[in-house]
Design a protein. Structure first.
Length: 148
């Protein structure tokens, strides 16, 4: 699919005419970025609005004690970035390409998402499993919906 089609799918641009969309298409480059690459850091801020065509992005901050805190995971079709009159709150955030979220997450990745430690995640998952709330298996967690 071409860039014009992707631009037409962004709700931010839904009121634009085809001519206006074509003008935006001419002004905007498409770039492919590999997995695990940093797109932005708080020290290398990139001004502009960006559309994620495919894949996942991890937006995170580093806490004072050096631990990562995941603010958001964006998927295809999401818009992110900053321009003079429009901000999506990413100017002090690390933005990194990320693996697909439907792949198994490690205890460390879950901890990063909730602002906790790997040890705490492991302890809580073990307690929930012991109490019958969840059942853990190799690279899976099943929730017991009938647990009371």
């Amino acid at each position: 699919m071409n860039k014009l089609w992707y631009l037409s799918q962004i709700s931010l641009f839904e009121a634009l005419t085809m001519e206006e969309l074509q003008e935006i298409e001419r002004m905007t480059p498409m770039t492919t970025i590999g997995r695990g690459e940093l797109i932005q850091t708080p020290y290398t801020f990139r001004e502009g609005l960006f559309l994620l065509k495919d894949g996942k992005l991890k937006l995170y901050k580093i806490k004072p004690e050096g631990k990562q805190f995941i603010v958001s995971i964006l998927g295809a079709g999401n818009v992110f970035g900053e321009i003079d009159s429009f901000s999506l709150g990413t100017n002090d955030t690390f933005i990194e390409t990320y693996h697909k979220i439907d792949m198994p997450l490690s205890h460390q990745e879950i901890a990063n998402m909730i602002g906790s430690t790997r040890e705490t995640v492991t302890t809580v998952l073990n307690e929930l499993s012991k109490d019958g709330v969840i059942k853990t298996g190799r690279m899976s967690v099943h929730i017991n919906l009938n647990h009371r």
